[in-house]
Design a binder for this molecule. Structure first.
Ligand code: ADP
Length: 668
């Protein structure tokens, strides 16, 4: 039985009114009468309920909602307080859950008691409420956490500061292969490889200092001895008073991640390799070098013990496959193949059907148990990979073949790599083949020019000789003019033939230069003198800045250069009348300039006029485009320089230099 709050202090001092104490108590309390109407509640009760009910309001009226601890609704007349008022004093303490007006839930421990008057009459009840939601929340959180830890796919392990395992979840069982009961109490070093034991000292050191070890990528050993890459996150565990008592470790098996990273790295490396090989082979125009480069690279990349490139050559008898290059074994070893026969093994490749990859070609059902393509005593091919080399128009130009004495050596990656390189090789080989054809045509053309000019020269010389004889013997007016015309035409023909001969000599590096010491000024004057007689329309403006100028050179060839430049100046200035010729002696060389006021050259033509057979825009002026080419070769062979300044439509100035002869005493 409980007395009402009306007693005094210990020494009969005036007591603090009890309701003030209760009002301000942190413990929630309220009272109600026998009908369950609220007669009093303190501040803590109002705060806990989240409402301030009216005094006199029935407890189980209105919007109160209560629940049993398991979450099922509790009718208001069955609450512990209602039961106490119904005189069922069976509640010592009980747990209920209430829903507050803001829809939050609170779990309360309630202590309802009956109230009696001084006379002992049952007048109502009072209730004390303790909010245990916090405790419950903690328990719930712990329950959730342990469920998460228990069922996590990732290993979650805890250990004490001595490295002894204190918990081991399902994820750890799966990843490391040890059961929980096997590992509890065991040192964590059980799963650390011997060469990484130092890591544990490092980890425990950091944990003792309260630090986290994050993203620690390492290797651990499974129960079956297999090593697995994992990423660790290790944090200190503290007890209630904050003292570090151990460490929790979350591990993640990163085998897949590492495999993906490795695959990406491998892919990048493959791309780089392919692009570097294609760069190398596309720069080459030599079939043999391309074949060797491709064979070496692909043999290396596939890890083959030996590799070979069979290349289709077209010979006089028709098409034939020729072994062009080999790697890892001498060519002769491959020649044992008997070269591509129409066997099942080779046919697939040379018909361009596609690649052939076999882990063990000797047992491959596609080709029978004893593949006829690999004779006895031949290279021990077990793993086999073959790739046709096909042009974009589907024409098969060859095949790449790889072998290894052990089975299962070639995989899909090797096949892809070889396919990419084979495609690059096909293009490079095609270019090289075209280039070889062009070179061969050009060589044949040079041979033809050499032979034709040589053959033409002899009859021309003889015709010229007879014309000269005729000229002396029978010179009446009509015949004389015919002979003159014929002589002129023969002269032109001879110039053409001799230019052609010179060109073939230059190509064959056989142009002879016979040097002598002579006065170039005198030569220039002589040439102009002779030339003037032939020219009717043009006059020559000659400027010579010295008395004499000695050079050591091939006089005939220098004369040829001067004649060429002068006759070009005349030829390409049909509408003007003057050609300007200057000779200047300089410190170490002389320079001869031949300028005209003719048709000139376009900017883009200037650099090309010294090329073989080059003729600037067709303007109806005859020529072969060889003169300047020969001049530039002659000047170059004398250590001089040749060039042109020109303005289109206004004229050109061709010049060349020659080194001066070392002065002798007498020349001074
Ligand atoms: P060809 O005169 O027989 O064609 P050249 O080698 O002497 O051969 O000259 C090459 C080309 O250079 C000529 O076809 C012509 O277009 C150009 N060329 C040479 N000399 C002159 C010049 N003086 N003025 C303008 N164009 C010239």
């Amino acid at each position: 039985m409980v007395k009402p709050f009306n007693s005094c202090g210990p020494d009969n001092e005036p007591a603090i009114p009890k309701h003030i104490l209760v009002d301000h108590s942190p413990v929630a309390m309220y009272t109600c009468d026998l009908l369950g109407r609220i007669t009093y509640y303190n501040r803590a009760a109002a705060q806990l309920w989240g409402r301030e009910p009216k005094i006199g309001q029935e407890l189980w009226s209105g919007s109160w909602k209560t629940y049993y601890p398991d979450g099922t609704p509790m009718p208001l007349d069955e609450t512990p307080m209602a039961a106490i008022l119904k005189n069922k004093n069976s509640f010592d303490q009980s747990e209920i859950t209430i829903e507050c007006p803001d829809h939050s839930f609170k779990t309360l421990l309630v202590f309802p008691r009956q109230l009696f008057s001084d006379q002992g009459t049952f007048i109502g009840a009072y209730n004390t409420l303790v909010d245990i939601s916090y405790k419950e929340n903690l328990e719930t959180r712990d329950a959730f956490l342990s469920a998460i830890v228990e069922h996590s796919q990732d290993p979650i392990i805890s250990k004490n500061l001595n490295g002894i395992i204190t918990s081991w979840n399902k994820g750890a069982e799966k990843v490391f292969g040890y059961q929980e009961q096997e590992m509890l109490g065991k040192p964590i070093t059980t799963i650390i490889p011997a060469d990484r034991l130092d890591e544990e000292t490092f980890i425990l050191d950091r944990i003792r200092k309260g630090k986290i070890v994050d993203h620690f990528e390492t290797i651990r050993v499974r129960k079956d001895g297999r090593k697995i890459p994992i990423s660790l996150m290790i944090s200190p565990i503290r007890n209630g008073s904050g003292k570090i008592i151990g460490a929790s470790k979350i591990a993640r098996d990163i085998s897949e991640q590492i495999k993906t990273q490795e695959a990406i790295a491998q892919y990048t490396e493959d791309l780089e390799t392919i692009s570097s090989i294609s760069r190398t082979i596309s720069e080459k125009l030599d079939v043999q070098k391309i074949l060797q480069e491709v064979t070496d690279a692909t043999t290396r990349l596939t890890g083959a013990a030996f590799g070979a490139f069979f290349y289709k050559m077209i010979n006089e008898e028709g098409e034939a496959y020729t072994l062009y290059s080999s790697s890892g074994a001498p060519k002769e070893a491959f020649e044992e193949f008997g070269l591509p026969r129409n066997t099942a093994v080779f046919h697939t490749t040379f018909s361009g059907e596609g690649p052939v990859r076999s882990d063990d070609i000797t047992k491959d059902p596609r080709y029978g148990h004893s593949p006829s393509g690999i004779p006895k005593g031949h290279l021990p091919v077990v793993s086999y990979l073959a790739m046709p080399v096909v042009l974009s128009d589907s024409k098969v130009i060859g095949g790449l073949f790889f072998g290894h004495p052990l089975p299962g050596r070639f995989n899909a990656r090797h096949e892809k790599l070889v396919a990419s390189i084979a495609a690059q090789a096909a293009t490079a080989l095609d270019n090289a083949r075209l280039f070889e054809e062009v070179v061969s045509l050009s060589t044949r053309k040079d041979e033809f020019i050499a032979m034709a000019s040589h053959e033409l020269n002899s009859p021309l010389t003889s015709v010229k000789g007879f014309l000269q004889l005729l000229n002396k013997k029978n010179r009446d007016a009509t015949c004389g003019s015919f002979i003159d015309i014929s002589m002129k035409q023969i002269g032109k023909l001879q110039k053409l033939v001799s230019d052609l001969l010179d060109v073939s000599k230059i190509k064959a590096e056989k142009l002879q230069i016979e040097k002598d010491r002579f006065d170039c000024k005198a030569l220039l004057e002589d040439v102009i003198q002779t030339y003037v007689q032939d020219i009717t329309n043009h006059s020559f403006n000659l400027k010579l800045n010295c008395q004499e100028v000695f050079v050591v050179a091939d006089k005939l060839r220098i004369e040829q250069v001067i004649v060429n430049l002068v006759s070009n100046a005349v030829k390409y200035s049909p509408k003007s009348t003057t050609v300007f010729i200057t000779l200047e002696k300089r410190a170490t060389d002389l320079i001869i300039k031949v300028a005209d006021q003719g048709i000139g050259l376009r900017e883009e033509e200037v650099t090309k006029v010294f090329g073989r057979f080059y003729r600037a825009e067709e303007r109806g002026i005859a020529g072969l485009g060889l003169g300047l080419y020969i001049c530039s070769e002659i000047v170059r062979r004398h250590g001089g320089e040749i060039g042109v300044n020109s303005e289109y439509g206004r004229g050109s100035e061709f010049y060349f230099t020659l080194p001066l002869a070392i002065e002798r005493q007498a020349d001074k």
